[in-house]
Every structure is written in structure tokens, then in C-alpha cells.
Design a protein around this ligand. Structure first.
Ligand code: AKG
Length: 313
């Protein structure tokens, strides 16, 4: 076992969110053992036929499978697990009216897999670090994760570091956890797949949530087109994007995209809903990064014009 802090499935969402905020990660042990086992069985044929990665980052001994929800009923339940949604409410809702499912995929490390380079998942978006979480990734252990078989390497506390600070080797810890557990972290945490030095496979399912106003990493509409998504529970349909991302964000034919999945949508299509607009009223506005000034050219005898530096009335 690694010396990372871990919690039982009975821990409260506030307790887990507190640890996530302090450490950048939280492990909840045996949160969904039966679902993880079912997901592993449902996905086994897909893993079997998947190719290995073509780059060291994707893993030359690592198989990846995407589009979890059309392939696994258990994955649909894992994505909407109440503990994960309670955490996403706390981590992401301060900065968006609606969060969304950003990525779904198997990361299957076979014996001989090398260590993946450490990275922040937030690098998808051009924000200097540290910044508020843009993502909340969750890695579900579908098999046991150990330090030997490639349990995810994490760097506790790195979500608070300056953008370019690199970790020392003794700051990297392997997330060991039994099957059915979940490692949740934020977009700022340095992490990467560990090397698999064992003779068994390590299977994880990554389900990542993001602010609803960002482009999703995995294109959920193409992975789950309307004719496929119609079979999903409504919470999942909305989570993958058949919903507004905020007021006026993501409408189709002038209305809620969820109407596309409904047999007889009622009411007049609108570009927001009262719930989404109310949630938007609580969103904390963000300053858009650091603005670098254009250097002032040499004056060389030119006259400086007067300007207004504040709003006038
Ligand atoms: O496999 C893992 O444990 C982590 C993989 C990961 O972080 C990635 O592929 O981006």
C-alpha cells in the first residue's frame, strides 16, 4: 500500500472534498466493487481487441478504449455515482452553471508498460497554473492497483505549485487501491500511469468531468450520437452534453439539446432554463489569465494624446 491518504466508502462528500482541495487527490476505497467487476467483464472483449499505444505517452504496452457508455452499462452507473457527482458539485460548480463528462476511457497497462511522463490534465486548456480546477478526473480501479502493476503515480500537493515546478523523485507516490476503489484528483495535480513491473494487467477506467463551458476532450456527441444516447438515463444524457453548458450555451434549434432525445418535447424551446440561469447567478467570475502588455514604442518626439482611463457618465 502507498502512504496516500484514503477514505472508506462511508466518508461524507464534505470530508472527501476537503481532502481533494488540500492534497489535490482523494482515494475512496471499495466505493463500487460490484460495478467495477461488472464493468471489467463488459469491457473485456473491447480491451482484448484494442491496439496498444503508438507513443511513450499513450503507452507502448498500454491499451486504451474510449466511448465507455455505449459499451458498458456499469460505466453508465459509475459516471453518475452519487459520491462522484457530490464531489463534482463541490469542485466544479463554483465556476460553471453545469459541469459535463469530459472523457471516458479504459487505461489498461500490461506487464512491461513503462512509466508515463507526469502531467496535469488541465494542460488541455491554456491556463497558467495554479488556477481554479477546470477538470475533476476520476480513475476507477477495475483491477487492483499496486505500486508494482502501474498504480497511478501522483504528486500530492502539486495542484498548488507554480506552473513550471518539477517534482523530486521522492515526491511521487503510487496510488495503490483495491478493485472498486476510485482515485479522484483535480486538473492541477501532477500524475501519470506508473510502470507495470508485475506479471498482471492493471485496468483502470478514467471518467473525467469538466467545467461545462469548455470543449470536451472526448467528443461525446460523436461517441454517443442521439440514437445511442436515447437509451441512457437522463442524468447521464445531460452529463455528456445533451444539456445547456450555461445560459445560451449549447442550445440546438433554439432550445435545450435534451429535447433531441425526447419523444414529445413540451413547451417552447428556449436558450436557457430557469435552473441553468439560477445556477449561473452563483458562478464566480474568473479573470482571464495574465495579459502581457505590448511594449511601449520609443516616443521619439511624438505627442501623447489624452485618454479616458475610467468609465465616464
Ligand atoms: O493510467 C494511469 O494511471 C493514468 C493515465 C493518464 O494520466 C493519462 O493517460 O493521461
Amino acid at each position: 500500500m502507498s502512504n496516500l491518504q484514503r477514505f472508506p466508502a462511508s466518508a461524507s462528500a464534505d470530508e472527501l472534498a476537503g481532502a481533494l482541495e488540500r492534497n489535490g487527490y482523494v482515494i475512496v476505497e471499495r466505493l463500487a466493487v460490484d460495478l467495477a467487476e461488472r464493468a471489467r467483464g463488459e469491457l473485456a472483449p473491447h480491451i482484448e481487441s484494442a491496439p496498444v499505444g503508438h507513443s511513450p505517452f499513450l503507452g507502448l504496452r498500454t491499451k486504451r478504449v474510449g466511448a465507455m457508455f455505449r459499451r458498458s452499462l456499469a460505466a453508465r452507473e459509475l459516471a453518475t455515482h452519487p459520491t462522484l457527482l457530490a464531489l463534482a458539485d463541490r469542485v466544479l460548480l463554483p465556476h460553471c452553471a453545469r459541469y459535463q463528462l469530459n472523457y471516458s476511457g479504459i487505461m489498461h497497462l500490461m506487464p512491461g508498460a513503462g512509466a508515463q511522463s507526469l502531467h496535469r490534465d488541465g494542460i488541455l486548456y491554456p491556463f497558467l497554473h495554479p488556477c481554479p480546477p477546470t477538470l475533476m478526473p476520476a480513475m476507477w480501479a477495475l483491477s487492483d492497483f499496486t505500486a508494482e502493476n502501474g498504480g497511478t503515480h501522483v504528486v500530492p500537493g502539486s495542484h498548488l505549485w507554480e506552473h513550471d515546478r518539477q517534482p523530486f523523485a521522492d515526491e511521487i507516490v503510487a496510488a495503490a487501491m483495491p478493485a472498486g476503489s476510485v482515485l479522484v484528483y483535480t486538473s492541477g495535480l501532477l500524475h501519470g500511469g506508473g510502470p507495470n513491473r508485475s506479471n498482471v494487467d492493471r485496468t483502470g477506467m478514467a471518467l473525467q468531468y469538466s467545467l461545462g463551458w469548455l470543449r470536451q476532450e472526448e467528443n461525446q456527441y460523436l461517441a454517443n450520437p442521439p440514437e445511442v444516447a436515447r437509451a441512457y438515463p437522463e442524468r447521464l444524457q445531460r452529463l455528456i452534453g445533451y444539456d445547456f453548458g450555461g445560459p445560451y450555451l449549447g442550445f440546438v434549434h433554439g432550445g435545450d439539446p435534451h429535447r433531441l432525445l425526447e419523444d414529445s418535447p413540451t413547451g417552447i424551446p428556449d436558450r436557457s432554463s430557469s435552473e441553468v440561469s439560477a445556477a449561473a447567478a452563483n458562478v464566480q467570475w474568473l479573470r482571464w489569465g495574465e495579459v502581457r502588455a505590448v511594449p511601449t514604442p520609443a516616443r521619439a518626439g511624438r505627442t501623447v494624446a489624452a485618454m479616458t482611463r475610467a468609465p465616464t457618465n
